[in-house]
Write a protein that binds this ligand. Sequence first.
Ligand SMILES: Cc1cc2nc3c(=O)[nH]c(=O)nc-3n(C[C@H](O)[C@H](O)[C@H](O)COP(=O)(O)O)c2cc1C
Length: 347
Amino acid sequence: MGTSFTDFENRKKDHIRLALDESTQSLVNSGFSKIKLNHQALPEFNFSDVSLKVKLLGHDFSSPHFVSSMTAGHENSFGINLNLAKSASQSQWLMAVGSQRRELTDTKAGEEWKKIKSEVPDLKLVSNIGILELLSHTTAEVIKLTENLGAIGLFVHLNPLQELFQNNPDVNFAGALKAIESLVKQSPVPVLVKEVGFGINKDLASKLFEMGVKVVDVSGNGGTHWGQLEALRQSKDSLIFKSSDAFYDWGLSCIDCLLSMQDQTLFHQVWASGGVRNGVDSAKCLALGARAVGIAQPLMKAAVESQEHTLQVMQQFDYQLKVAMFCSGVKKCEDFLHQKVWYGTNN
Ligand SMILES: Cc1cc2nc3c(=O)[nH]c(=O)nc-3n(C[C@H](O)[C@H](O)[C@H](O)COP(=O)(O)O)c2cc1C
């Protein structure tokens, strides 16, 4: 798409720097306070029997938490991804990698993942590519990305607002559904579709599931605001920068997406992410029928510091989720699908 190597490096580095700046965290209520879990004063089982084990994409994991797609293919990404990868492996979490766009044009870019895989061989990874890359490359080229990674699935991210505020001169999503459908037909691994923080509505989710998409990760608003983040990369007198404030509450929250998909969650793999900031948020997502919960910004914050800190953050998410499950009387993640343990509030 005509971006130079230096532009790419600078953009990816800016993304990390700005994602860690509180000003790019959404100002809207992420919707988690709208949901409360029923406190169960007498959970009649042993806390040590609470199990976070789940099966995702046909593989066993020790937690429904996963590392949401973040970064790849630039100078600083190896260290960050190694911290994420080692911690995900120790925690037995699934890890989704950041956009593999660079690998489509630079075969050496895949070396990063080869090195990480050799250091952390048991890690389970999900590939990632943007919808515009899917539209501008052959399906075979995109599938090759999953082979390079040994991935167990392939995320396609949908990001209209982000692409526009990136000042991309060519934002043409025409034919996107067909491209996803043809990818689903040809991909040897399950295809997953996600947003990057503005949510996926129920109607689109239905179409995606109908065409065989395995997972819809709603990635709602309330967490990292990719409109704000991209606008901050533009000059202060630019049209984009001056327009961006109007989009401060754009999109659907993770909770609103899950609430609207209540008739789908039992039959389909709806995953949750976007603004998940602790294990109680995660418990609310699971209570609303999500099968897995993704975390991005809090893990990036930890991974730029150290592997130890990344692991601690993951352990805290898991511990908080376990406590929330015990205090709601839920022993296993799958029990959330059959036990109604939440109620709505007016917050
Ligand atoms: C530094 C950073 C880089 C990201 N890069 C990607 C990406 O390459 N592909 C993608 O699908 N999502 C990407 N995301 C979006 C996240 O996967 C997630 O959908 C979004 O940030 C909302 O989650 P959060 O509120 O926990 O940050 C990125 C997020 C962060 C923080």
